[in-house]
Each structure stands twice: as structure tokens, then as C-alpha cells.
Design a protein around this ligand. Structure first.
Ligand SMILES: Nc1ncnc2c1ncn2[C@@H]1O[C@H](COP(=O)(O)OP(=O)(O)OP(=O)(O)O)[C@@H](O)[C@H]1O
Ligand SMILES: [Mg+2]
Length: 227
């Protein structure tokens, strides 16, 4: 299994309230699987994805990525582990504002060893694949939302992770760019990767072999798309 979540829960606490954002969720994703997560705004989708990606420790429950619990690692080792194993596309992109598209896409390579020339070639290929070649020297403030989103996707793929966690990655894309991105993810899963995609986009849901519905932080009835 590339991803295992076992009874994970997370409550956000502040002075007045407790929000049970994710409540006792278990799921497993194997190599080759493309899974979509749906649910109303506030149902816990982003929280679930952050926990799966080693970015937010669950209060209770276990996370395993490639058989390893990222939260057992010290922060630096966990960051390296994430860079090598997980491609994460944030709902709000989180691009570095003072870096160009090319530099943003290259940023994860700092955490792994490899030939600089090859890494740069790969970054340029991804930039081309996502239609950003004529924008590669732009900083994020000079990009459209869709261009930012595609930059975030290219960055997530740079280190050739086995697991992609993407939070509404087609939310800002037009039809053609969404098709390109979904096609890429479908090929990625067909080649033995695993994809967990949070989405409200019917076409993204149609690409998934399995759909998980979150409601108030819990998994509602599971649905399988016909294969
Ligand atoms: N840092 C935080 N502190 C307090 N509450 C939070 C925090 N992050 C999220 N929440 C709350 O947890 C619940 C789940 O939030 P989450 O962002 O996971 O939802 P979501 O399903 O991704 O929603 P959306 O579709 O709007 O992106 C919401 O009620 C939200 O208000
Ligand atoms: Mg969200």
C-alpha cells in the first residue's frame, strides 16, 4: 500500500470551540489507484489530505506512506521523506512569491540528490507539459490563478513521487488545461503511482476508480465508479 490511514482523527481547538475536522477515518490506497475525495465545504477534505501528506499530525490514529509513519521521523527527516515520496498540491498553491515559475518548480529538488542538469531538464519538460513555457520567468504575482495552479502541479511532480495528494487541482483551470492535468494523473496512476484527489469537479471524479465522500469529517457511503 502506498498510503494507509488508520482511524485518523483531528480536532482543531481554540478558546471557544472544538471542531472535529476529521473523525475516525480509515482508508488505503494501493499503487495504480486513482481515488477522489468529495464533500461539502468544511467537511474535512483538506485536513485529511494534510494528515496523509505528513504535514499535519493526527490527534489519534496512524498514517503510513510507503510503509513508513512520517510522524515517527524528526522534522528534517520528515521533510526529506515527504520531498522524496509525496507530491502535494495545496488548495492555495503555496508558491514562493519571489521565485519564478522555473525556480518554484525546481524548489523540491533541493531536498534530494541528483544531477542538476537532469533535474532542470525535467522541470522544463513539466513546465512545457502544463503549458507554462512562455511563463517560466514570471513570479506568481504575474500569473493567472490557473497558471499558478499548474505551476504547483509541476512542482509536485518534480521529484517523481509515487504518491500524489492534490487539493482541488482543477479548481482554477479551463476545460483544456483540466483535461491535460487529469490525463497526466490518470497516466501516472496507470504507471503504478497512486493519486488521492480532493475535488468538486465531475470530470475529475469520473477519472477516479474509487470515490470517497466525507461528511462532517467522517466517510459516508463509499462509491465505486464502474471500471
Ligand atoms: N487551522 C484551523 N483552525 C481551526 N479550525 C480549522 C482549521 N482548519 C480547518 N478548520 C475547520 O475544520 C473543518 C474542516 O476544514 P477543511 O479545511 O479540512 O475543510 P474542506 O473540506 O477542505 O473545505 P473546503 O471545501 O472549503 O476547502 C472546517 O470546519 C474548518 O473551519
Ligand atoms: Mg479544503
Amino acid at each position: 500500500m502506498l498510503l494507509v490511514l488508520k482511524n485518523v482523527s483531528r480536532t482543531y481547538t481554540d478558546a471557544q470551540t472544538n471542531v472535529h475536522a476529521v473523525d475516525d477515518v480509515s482508508l488505503q490506497i494501493a499503487a495504480g489507484e486513482f481515488v477522489a475525495v468529495q464533500g461539502a465545504s468544511g467537511s474535512g477534505k483538506s485536513t485529511l489530505l494534510l494528515m496523509a501528506g505528513g504535514l499535519l499530525k493526527p490527534d489519534t490514529g496512524q498514517v503510513q506512506v510507503h510503509g513508513k509513519n512520517p510522524y515517527d521521523l524528526k522534522p528534517d527527516a520528515r521533510a526529506d521523506f515527504r520531498a522524496q515520496n509525496v507530491g502535494f498540491v495545496f488548495q492555495q498553491f503555496h508558491l514562493v512569491p519571489y521565485l519564478s515559475v522555473l525556480e518554484n518548480v525546481l524548489a523540491p529538488s533541493l531536498a534530494v540528490s541528483g544531477s542538476e542538469a537532469e533535474t532542470r531538464d525535467r522541470a522544463l519538460q513539466l513546465i512545457e507539459r502544463f503549458g507554462l513555457s512562455d511563463r517560466q520567468q514570471h513570479v506568481p504575482a504575474k500569473l493567472s490563478s490557473g497558471e499558478r495552479q499548474r505551476t504547483a502541479m509541476a512542482r509536485a511532480l518534480l521529484n517523481e513521487p509515487k504518491l500524489i495528494l492534490a487539493d482541488e487541482p482543477t479548481g482554477n483551470l479551463d476545460h483544456d488545461n483540466a483535461d491535460t492535468l487529469l490525463g497526466y494523473l490518470a497516466d501516472f496512476a496507470a504507471d503504478g503511482g497512486a493519486v488521492l484527489l480532493v475535488t468538486h469537479d465531475d470530470r475529475a471524479v469520473a477519472c477516479a476508480k474509487r470515490v470517497i465522500n466525507l461528511q462532517d469529517g467522517r466517510i459516508d457511503k463509499p462509491v465505486s465508479n464502474a471500471v
